[in-house]
Unconditional design. Structure first.
Length: 317
């Protein structure tokens, strides 16, 4: 029953790309009208009987008592994906942030059905990508499953009104867990976190550069090693590239204003390729300020000397 009506949910909600949540919300409010149309179309002889899609919609809307609950569950899951999809539909260079954002997405989905001790033991990007989401011992029970607060309330309401039985409720939760497992499995199937280069490209993330100096330098060294193995850089250039990166990181940490800009970097509001230009401009301003302060000090010293000469001349007189 779950599989038969998921077609309707997908067809109503996935049209529109990044407008998924908006279309899903509208489709929920449209369900009563769709049901009314199907009920009125038959006696008025206006229903498209030979249209397979219409017949699937009619069957789901009239026979599936859990259709709204399934729709709410899909919305809840889509809310995990929507921020990631929206952020990465851009022309901005986003690869330095991919590993961190993918891990957050994976953890968000896995938290719904994977036991807490399994996820808490996965401390690194590689360990998260290696979690076996198909293994029953790693999964929560149906009662512990996170299907969304609104979905859970809808299920409880249907059970309380005796629209569905306890068995039907358990069957829904079991199918939801299987669906979450399949979704996470698809994410992990060709997950970029499995590739070392994706993980070590974090060394170009301004927030990582603004963090631990040793960590960012270590990630960059491993990135250079990956590029060298792939023959994307020459052996003679590796050490010189590292010599440029390490002082750059130290330079960022030595300047409080530049460091603050790196640590507070916003992926949505900024571009990583424009940060270097801003940093250069800020350093130039700081250099000009230093020059101005030095000139002021020299001017003050000369004024002080002149004051002493005037006093000496007044004493002589």
């Amino acid at each position: 029953m779950y599989a038969s009506s998921i077609y309707l949910i997908l067809s109503l909600s996935l049209i529109g790309g990044l407008k998924i949540l908006q279309s899903q919300t509208k489709s929920i409010t449209s369900l009563p009208y769709i049901k009314e149309y199907c009920n009125q179309a038959a006696p008025n002889k206006t229903e498209p009987k030979e249209h397979a899609g219409y017949q699937s919609v009619k069957k789901a809307i009239n026979e599936d008592k859990l259709l709204k609950a399934k729709h709410l569950f899909w919305i809840s899951l889509a809310q995990d994906f929507q921020p990631f999809l929206k952020m990465y539909q851009t022309e901005k260079p986003m690869v330095p942030f991919l590993a961190s954002d993918l891990q957050n997405l994976l953890r968000s989905v896995m938290n719904r059905f994977i036991k807490e001790n399994v996820l808490s033991s996965a401390n690194s990007f590689t360990q998260v990508a290696k979690v076996d989401v198909s293994l029953d011992k790693n999964k929560k029970t149906c009662k512990e499953l996170d299907i969304g607060i609104v979905t859970q309330k809808e299920l409880d309401h249907l059970k309380q009104d005796q629209v569905i039985s306890s068995e039907e409720k358990r069957h829904f939760e079991f199918d939801a867990k299987a669906f979450l497992s399949s979704t996470a499995g698809k994410l992990l199937e060709k997950c970029p976190l499995k590739f070392p280069m994706v993980r070590f490209l974090r060394s170009l993330d301004p927030r990582v550069i603004g963090g631990s100096t040793s960590t960012s330098v270590k990630h960059f060294e491993r990135l250079l090693s990956c590029l060298l193995d792939a023959k994307r850089i020459r052996e003679g250039d590796v050490d010189s590239i590292k010599r440029e990166y390490s002082p750059f990181v130290q330079e960022v940490h030595d300047n409080p204003k530049v460091l603050e800009g790196f640590q507070s970097y916003s992926v949505c509001e900024n571009r990583v390729d424009s940060l270097q230009a801003k940093r250069k401009c800020l350093l130039e301003h700081c250099s000009l300020l230093n020059e101005s302060s030095e000139k002021l000090c020299e001017h003050a010293e000369r004024e002080n000397e002149m004051l002493h000469l005037r006093k000496a001349n007044s004493y002589k007189r």
